[in-house]
Ligand binder design. Structure first.
Ligand SMILES: [Cu+2]
Length: 338
């Protein structure tokens, strides 16, 4: 559904409305039970039809390449056909045990805020009674806010719950970005299917302590870590960045396969519950997705095979840049555990 503000104001909160068959008016009642800016504690008000026309959105349809909006009156095509006259943004809520939710980016997992969605073209349809806004980056989201101009100085807000997008609107450019799962599905998977990290178990037999953090512009700092074959490593991962990251170690020579699997995680509702670690069997150890200002330690045994083991951040969109190497030297005969 969508909400559309009406150009009326009531003396108090408006909780209930009902049309009266006898006079065709809608009667609205309500009260100021929660925080409100209204003047009165309660109200019962009548909204009459004056006989004048009123331009309002009266319907909409979501496609995977944009939104069609139907209007009560024909739009002014000179204004409405210009993509720059309209605005679109989206955000998500976090479904969880707490009351209420912050507003989260629908494009950057874990970040608070809204995302601006570019409107690349507008089609004026049905003799001006419908508009199709091409929005190639549209996704299933909790809130999609459109500000649509239908004439000079005439704008309409629609706040849409975009649970499901239909196929592409014919005649408009098709989307290129993959469709993400609905945020509610990802949140539910996170709540139900998150398993404890198998490497978050402290060990007393540590033979090497390693610290790795996050540098500027999607990088690890340092990018190279040195250990010996068979070491029992305590690795502390620190994230001083403004976006979430993880640290995941992979078998040598698996980057191409792992990268493809990481890219595919964007459309997988279970990915967040799995800390965005791909299920290819190539991952040797990993931290959880660590939030901004977060820190996590893991304990793992270095493989017996000396060599250069790639590590990545597998958070969506990061792995191409955010890479490093664990360099495993041959073990020495110094009594270290093998
Ligand atoms: Cu990252």
């Amino acid at each position: 559904g969508a909400i559309v503000p009406l150009p009326v104001s009531f003396r108090s909160g408006s909780h209930r409305g009902k049309f009266n068959d006898r006079d065709g008016a809608i009667y609205v009642s309500g009260m100021a039970g929660w925080g409100t800016y209204t003047a009165a504690d309660g109200c019962l008000q009548r909204v009459r039809y004056t006989g004048k026309s009123l331009q309002q959105p009266i319907g909409f349809h979501l496609h995977d390449n944009g939104v069609r909006i139907d209007f009560a009156e024909p739009v002014d095509s000179g204004v409405a056909a210009d993509p720059a006259r309209h605005f679109a943004q989206s955000w998500n809520y976090r479904y969880g045990g707490g009351y209420g939710s912050d507003e989260y980016s629908s494009q950057h997992e874990g970040l608070r805020g809204h995302d601006h969605l570019p409107i690349t073209a507008v089609q004026v349809l049905s003799g001006g009674r419908s508009l199709f806004l091409e929005i190639p980056e549209i996704q299933p989201v909790d809130q999609l806010h459109l500000l649509v101009a239908t004439g000079a100085g005439v704008e309409h807000d629609l706040v849409i719950t975009a649970n499901r997008l239909d196929g592409p609107m014919p005649g408009a450019e098709e989307r290129t970005l993959p469709l993400r799962p609905h945020p509610l599905i990802a949140d539910t998977a996170r709540a139900l299917n998150t398993k404890p990290n198998p490497f978050a178990v402290p060990s007393k037999d540590v033979t090497a302590k390693v610290e790795v953090g996050v540098g500027p512009n999607l990088s690890f700092s340092p990018r190279r870590l040195d250990v010996r074959a068979g070491d029992l490593v305590e690795l502390t991962f620190t994230n001083p960045d403004t976006v979430p990251h993880n640290w995941a170690l992979f078998k040598p020579g698996t980057l191409a396969r792992v990268g493809a699997a990481v890219n595919a995680l964007v459309t997988d509702p279970e990915a967040a519950a799995r800390q965005y670690v791909p299920e290819t069997g190539d991952c040797l150890a990993w931290t959880d997705i660590t939030p901004p200002a977060g820190k996590m330690a893991i304990w793992f045994r270095v493989p017996e095979e000396p060599g250069r083991y790639p590590f990545l951040c597998t958070f969506p969109g990061h792995w191409m840049a955010m890479q490093g190497e664990l360099v495993v030297a041959p073990a020495e005969g110094n009594g270290k555990p093998k």
